[in-house]
Write a protein that binds this ligand. Sequence first.
Ligand code: HEC
Length: 165
Amino acid sequence: MSSHVLQTDKSVFTTSIALVSALTLLATVLFLVAALIGVISRVPPDDGSRKGVAVIERIKPVAQVAIAVPKPAGAEIKLTGQEVYNKVCINCHAAGVLGAPKVGVKELWEPRFAQGLNTLANNALSGVRAMPAKGGDPSLTEANIHDAIVYMLGETGIKTDEAAK
Ligand code: HEC
């Protein structure tokens, strides 16, 4: 009887050890899995946002330069004589506002053209009587004014030696 009790005690003891070991192992595995999930879920977003910020910081100055540089240069230099006329000069020179010589009316332009293209260009640049300097648009360049006059004369049927740029 006593040996039977001893055996039972031993088997209970062994079972307990095994159970505790299994539970400890399970707890350890769960802990490691939880830790691993924590690491996985935390690191990539940090990495991603750091990369995102770095990309934005790297792109920013380049984009600002790309936007800032061509605009002023393009707006002034790239206009053709026709574009300058359609933007500014047309407001007076199409209908003859304030007595402006109308484009297409040769009799109005011939005596003016007799002064020479340079004089016309200088007068249009600095203004003459009711004609405002640069047609009232200070952003226009000397070349813009020149090209617009060549265009207006051309539309009127007066040929200049210089081709409109
Ligand atoms: C606000 C109206 C107005 C605008 C805009 C205008 N002009 Fe005139 N322009 C006039 C008037 C008015 C005259 C006639 C001035 C005069 O001889 O009394 C004139 C005359 C001229 C003449 C002849 C100058 C001369 O010596 O006889 C030229 C060239 C000319 N304009 C070019 C231009 C060009 C180029 C533009 C566009 C960039 C332009 N104008 C825009 C009103 C305008």
